[in-house]
Design a protein around this ligand. Structure first.
Ligand code: SF4
Length: 376
């Protein structure tokens, strides 16, 4: 984007003035301390503002300072994060708090090597908290800048990424990097939306190449995506004589690491699901179970695949539980399940158990789409 200095100044002024007038009143903007901005940035990765807000308030109430978060047990942090998804963020947030809390006067350089803080988060926190001259590029920024320049490449590709970052660096408003970064993101979130950009009220309309071309929605160009694979998963509600249920804690580091779950795993080709259930329980915990009826089938989607979680009532038959494919296990009363952090699909099992619900399938969007595809 080639702009004469006076046009560049005009573009910056327009967006910053618009931001001052129209920005949403968000709690981390009122008091942009390191802790509050850190909290908001971790929560807003992959999550909408309205979903993150209740968690933000809940975290501040439970852990009012960076030090309080650093001193908390990881399990308590994970429990509070339950339902927000992408649980690695909670672990990284906790680790970042432990990294930063002991530093007397932290600055932008202290974010280097901080767990979970890559170039985007460093630029966001650095510019908002300390005014560091770092340009952020996230999904909203990609969309705004791809439209502004009618970028002929997908911004998710390596060449497109370089172009958007170069543009972001060139447009960054000197001395107001935090406001500028937030203004671009705010414009993407509220005006330059993916499907219905409101060009008539956009402060950048006169600069926008996609608007001039009459096709703002055609940008950013998106590379074709392969459909997400679907997996069949069996999970066991294992009860013993006293009514307690066996739950397992997933290994650290992998998908949903450190969360608790009803034991189970992926169906192998040609394997009946009840056998999957018994096999996975044996492999994970070394115990034998009698697999009873399938009581629930729950559809759930992750970023790279979708699942149907087939839940079986099982009776414990024998074998001392061991940590073969998990890091811990516990026998707990049904009423105690809510004290542990579980992934969302497992929370659905707990909710159904609590409500005493009979067999049923929750049809999520993924399931409906898949059913449509199959019907064609
Ligand atoms: S003019 Fe339209 S397409 Fe261009 S940045 Fe503004 S809202 Fe987005």
């Amino acid at each position: 984007m080639d702009l004469a200095p006076k046009d560049l100044a005009r573009l910056r002024r327009r967006l910053l003035e618009w931001y001052e007038r129209h920005r949403r009143d968000l709690p981390w903007r009122r008091e942009p301390t390191l802790y509050r901005v850190l909290l908001s940035e971790f929560m807003l990765q992959q999550t909408r503002v309205d979903q993150a807000l209740p968690y933000y308030h809940r975290f501040l109430a439970a852990f009012p300072t960076l030090r309080a978060l650093a001193e908390a047990e990881l399990g308590a942090v994970m429990k509070l994060w339950e339902g927000l998804g992408y649980y690695r963020r909670a672990k990284f947030l906790h680790a970042a708090a432990r990294h930063l809390a002991p530093i007397a006067q932290p600055g932008v350089a202290d974010l280097d090597g901080c767990p979970g803080i890559g170039p985007y988060t460093k630029a966001a926190i650095g510019s908002i908290v300390w005014g560091a001259p770092l340009a952020v590029v996230d999904g909203n920024v990609n969309r705004v800048f791809a439209r502004l320049t009618a970028l002929a490449l997908p911004p998710a590709g390596s060449a497109g990424k370089k172009q958007v970052q170069a543009l972001a660096d060139a447009l960054l408003a000197p001395g107001r990097s935090g406001d500028w970064n937030q203004a671009v993101m705010e414009l993407g979130a509220t005006v330059c939306s993916p499907r219905a950009p409101q060009c008539l009220i956009c402060p950048l309309e006169s600069f926008c190449a996609a608007r001039k071309a009459g096709q703002p929605e055609a940008f950013p160009i998106v590379a074709a995506k392969a459909p997400r694979p679907h997996k069949q998963i069996a999970a066991a509600i294992i009860r013993r004589g006293d009514g307690k249920i066996l739950i397992a804690q997933r290994l650290s580091g992998g998908l949903l690491g450190d969360l608790w779950e009803f034991p189970g795993g992926k169906q192998e080709s040609g394997e009946p699901l009840s056998e999957t259930c018994a096999r996975e329980v044996k492999e994970e915990l070394g115990v034998e179970v009698d697999v009873g009826a399938e009581v629930y089938a729950i559809e759930h989607g992750y970023s790279h695949f979708t699942i149907t979680l087939h839940v079986f009532e099982c009776v414990y038959r024998g074998g001392k539980p061991r940590t073969l494919g998990c890091q811990a296990f516990k026998w707990v009363a049904q009423s105690e399940l809510k004290a542990f952090p579980f992934p969302r699909a497992n929370q659905e099992i707990i909710a159904r158990l609590s409500a005493g619900k009979a067999r049923g399938v929750r049809k999520g969007r993924a399931a409906k789409k898949r059913a449509k595809r199959t019907a064609k």
